[in-house]
Design a protein around this ligand. Structure first.
Ligand code: AMP
Length: 477
């Protein structure tokens, strides 16, 4: 099948062909004709299947007639993270270059003024993360009563991140007569319930996940004492032919510590995590994409779903606490038919997490020895004394990341600006709801820290001490 058989117009077909795509992927083949008829779609598809184009291409067609009024977007796409929202907006730019559609990207951490200005001009396509959209709605800057097409993307991640109450609220603000396209990689009962509530007689489309990274990525496991992890990483970075790599840590503060250490040892490394200001996240990602940065040290949420084709290596500086994160992480390499290499640096206490990863993979991760670095037995008891809590060397006080680690807000789209305060207050309640829902479903996955990159505690109520909401003058490096 070719794209021209799907019912797309000439300007869109030209843009697709200029993108270098000749054959539609299975989700595109099945979803595009259905979306063009105006029917709702329930798509069970992961990133990497071509899912984004399966809704952006027909949306460009649907929206190509008509005009947007000020502050009244004609379509809305909800994404769980800023990076995914930015990726979708790039897709619209690429495929919509021959159509005159206006677009706005509403994500946390960026100027409200610019986003309000874009809304004032009227937008055909609004791409947003839930928190920022609700903020702008509460400020009276946006009316959702003209939305004709709604896309809820990555619904299961929205659930993981505690966004479902926000999504339900947003959908309640939309006109009941609309077209809804709902995508999720998995369909747990809670997601099914939402789909039943939001969709009318949807066409259900389910496509196989892309080739599992477990098959396309060479995996290695290095087991060392905790104090030898950095040295092991450096040795691997020197011995492997690393063109560029993503290094994953479980906690945001460890991302910062590791970056400092790598830079001190002469490596070209920068951090990517949710506590960084958005401009810094975007800039770092851009440098990495453009091969101007070799090592991206990241937390799970910030790097999940990123579509960077040429990553030669993934290093798990920490063993992920959730087996699915292992697959997400190593899947950042070995993309688009390329081969990739991954190394997981474990210490003896990680055996429990490794076991659940092995169970999910259905096989072992081959052990790997690094010359000059002592490896230890996986089951061996940890003998090292715990290190004292890290303090700022200069003042003997807590570091910013220490303080942030204790911020008593629930996990959600991180926003550094003080204006985001209402969203933070709401978030504790929102997550409480999500946790309760998960418990009702018999799952506690996200309640006990689905994103191990965020060590924020749950269940501490709504109160946020004022000092935590003050803007931080200097971005963390
Ligand atoms: P997605 O699942 O939307 O994140 O897309 C995954 C990757 O596949 C992106 O890099 C897209 O640019 C690419 N892609 C999307 N559609 C096609 C296609 N028909 N042929 C080849 N690559 C595609």
């Amino acid at each position: 099948m070719t794209f021209s058989e799907l019912g797309l117009s000439e300007p869109v077909l030209r843009a697709v062909s200029e993108s270098g795509y000749t054959v539609p992927t299975p989700i595109q083949e099945q979803a595009i004709p259905v979306v063009l008829t105006g029917r709702d779609v329930l798509g069970c598809a992961q990133t990497g299947t071509g899912k984004t184009a399966s809704f952006t291409l027909p949306m460009i067609e649907i929206l190509s007639t008509g005009r947007a009024k000020a502050r009244m977007p004609r379509s809305l796409i909800l994404e769980p993270t800023r990076e995914l929202a930015a990726q979708v907006s790039e897709n619209f730019q690429k495929y919509g270059k021959n159509n005159k559609l206006s677009m706005a990207l509403l994500i946390g951490g960026e100027s409200f003024t610019d986003q309000e200005r874009a809304l004032d001009r009227g937008v055909d396509v609004l791409i947003a993360t839930p928190g920022r959209l609700i903020d702008l709605f509460e400020r009276g800057k946006i009316l959702l009563s003209d939305v004709k097409v709604l896309v809820i993307d990555e619904a299961d991640r929205m659930l993981d991140m505690g966004f479902i109450p926000d999504i339900e609220r947003i959908v309640g603000l939309l006109p009941p007569i609309r077209q809804t396209l709902f995508f999720s990689a998995t369909m747990p009962p809670e997601i099914r319930r939402l789909a039943d509530k939001f969709l009318m007689n949807p066409k259900e489309i389910s496509v196989a996940p892309p080739a599992s990274p477990a098959e396309t990525v060479a995996q290695h496991l290095v087991t060392v004492r905790p104090s030898a992890k950095r040295e092991a990483l450096r040795a691997l970075l020197r011995s492997e032919d690393v063109k560029n790599a993503i290094v994953f840590c479980n906690r945001k503060r460890d991302v910062d510590i590791l970056v400092k250490s790598l830079v001190r040892h002469g490596f070209d490394a920068a951090a990517l995590h949710g506590d960084m200001p958005q401009y810094k996240r975007t800039e770092t990602l851009e440098r990495f994409r453009n091969d101007e940065l070799r090592l991206l040290v990241a937390s799970d949420v910030a790097a999940r779903g990123l579509d960077i084709v040429n990553v030669s290596h993934v290093f798990n500086f920490d063993v992920p606490m959730h087996a699915e994160d292992y697959i997400h992480r190593i899947g950042r390499t070995g993309r688009a038919g390329r081969t990739g290499r991954s190394f997981t640096i474990a210490s003896p206490g990680d055996e429990r997490y490794l076991d659940s990863i092995r169970k999910m993979l259905g096989r072992d991760i081959p052990p790997y020895e690094i010359e000059g670095i002592e490896t230890v037995q996986a089951g061996e008891e940890e003998v090292e004394a715990p290190k004292p809590r890290r303090r700022s060397a200069r003042h003997g006080t807590e570091t910013q990341s220490d303080r942030r680690g204790r911020r008593p807000t629930a996990r959600r789209e991180p926003a550094a600006a003080p204006k985001a305060e209402p969203a933070r207050r709401r978030s504790a309640a929102s997550n409480g709801g999500a946790v309760a829902q998960a418990q009702a479903n018999g799952t506690t996955r996200h309640a006990n820290g689905r994103d191990s990159g965020d060590d924020t505690p749950f269940g501490l109520g709504d109160h946020v001490p004022a000092f935590l909401l003050r803007p931080i003058s200097k971005p963390l490096q």
